[in-house]
Design a protein around this ligand. Structure first.
Ligand SMILES: *[C@@H]1O[C@H](CO)[C@@H](O)[C@H](O)[C@H]1NC(C)=O
Ligand SMILES: *[C@@H]1O[C@H](CO)[C@@H](O)[C@H](O)[C@H]1NC(C)=O
Ligand SMILES: *[C@@H]1O[C@H](CO)[C@@H](O)[C@H](O)[C@H]1NC(C)=O
Length: 343
């Protein structure tokens, strides 16, 4: 009898501690201890107690996301930029100049006086300049296809998806499976990430072209004359596509300047000017208003602090080039906006 009770107790404790450890409503939450308690990191040394049987308050969620971005932890499970130098096409279509084999000339001007450098995918990889801009040809050797899909009857496995991706790439786009470097799947986000990569210096295959056909297949209409709509077919279910985002990685890093940083610098200047103006007001105003303005000045100093902080995060994100603007899918870090302050 005693051993039975002991066994039951043991099983109970084991069960309880297995339950403890996961936080149902927040994947970054951690549950441990006896009794089991759940916490979420909101900042360095700031562990917030949370109730993982309920949705976590949004303010905590946002704070946790900012903390993760600041400490260089991923705020997403898969996807996003494959490397810091990857970029997306923000410009869309233009009227290109092609060479005899159908390749893009390294300088493109869209029939205007404004010109820029493109990679082998024809995607802009420099700031815009004038007609005298100098560009070297640069090959795109790595393409990340970030696909999202619609609801399916059952959830496929990553292995099934990998096979389906390889099949569709070979049959529909004539791409051999040796170029499919990686397939990742997040069923919760319904996101499939496919990395197509070739050895640098390899000029035998055009990977961005596959991306372009697939983009048309998913977003607009197939370019093929007679072709079934694009979908992935796995053993267990059909996976209809919802959207696609393409990242390009070139053999040589792009030369964009940091546009978002310019915005950040302007905002910082505005804050500094504001602080100076308020400071002047404090000096000029009568002593009876002094304490009020002193308070406003303090708020402003605090607010400037959060501006500086926000922009340092934003500019880190922006350093390697622009983030995409048009597809509705945004990287987790892009939800961060400079803090709004009330005086
Ligand atoms: C931050 O993460 C990036 C890639 O995710 C990595 O290349 C970089 O070295 C990391 N930096 C630090 C300070 O951990
Ligand atoms: C190219 O020019 C056309 C109009 O001539 C315009 O609609 C298009 O947005 C331009 N594309 C780029 C990338 O500048
Ligand atoms: C996927 O869902 C969107 C709405 O969320 C719908 O507009 C689209 O037609 C669907 N696509 C497919 C292939 O089922």
């Amino acid at each position: 009898m005693r051993t039975l009770i002991a066994l039951c107790l043991l099983a109970f404790v084991a069960g309880a501690s297995a339950q403890c450890g996961v936080c149902k409503t927040m994947k970054w939450g951690v549950c441990d201890g006896d009794p089991c308690a759940c916490t979420l990191m909101l900042g360095v040394g700031n562990k917030q107690a949370v109730d993982c049987n309920k949705l976590i308050p949004k303010c905590f969620l946002m704070k946790a996301e900012m903390h993760r971005a600041r400490t260089n932890q991923s705020t997403r499970s898969i996807g996003g930029k494959p490397v810091e130098t990857a970029f997306v096409d923000n410009d869309g279509i233009y009227d290109p100049v092609c060479d005899a084999n159908g390749g893009f000339k390294a300088v493109q001007c869209n029939g205007t006086e404004t010109c820029w450098c493109v990679n082998s995918a024809g995607v802009r990889r420099s700031d815009k300049g004038d007609k005298n801009i100098k560009c070297d040809p640069v090959e795109t050797y790595w393409v990340r296809l970030q696909l999202t899909h619609n609801a399916t009857s059952s959830i496929p496995t990553t292995e099934q998806l990998r096979t389906a991706v390889e099949n569709v790439l070979l049959q529909r786009y004539y791409l051999k499976k040796e170029f499919v470097k990686k397939v990742e799947y997040d069923p919760d986000a319904r996101m499939i990430v496919v990395d197509l990569e070739k050895p640098k210096e390899d000029r035998s295959v055009d990977l961005p072209l596959v991306g372009y056909y697939m983009e048309k297949d998913v977003k607009v209409l197939p370019l093929f004359k007679d072709s079934a709509p694009f979908k992935l077919t796995t053993a267990s279910t059909d996976v209809p596509m919802n959207n696609i985002l393409v990242y390009y990685v070139d053999e040589v890093a792009p030369t964009f300047t940091m546009k978002a940083l310019t915005g950040g610098v302007i905002a910082v200047i505005v804050v500094v000017v504001l602080a100076v103006v308020i400071g002047l007001l404090v000096l000029v105003r009568s002593p009876s208003l002094y304490s009020f303005n002193g308070f406003a000045l303090m708020s402003c100093v605090q607010c400037s602090g959060s501006f500086f902080f926000s922009f340092s995060v934003l500019s880190q994100e922006a350093r390697a080039g622009p983030v995409q603007q048009d597809s509705g899918q945004r990287d987790g870090a892009n939800v961060m906006k400079p803090a709004m302050c009330h005086f």
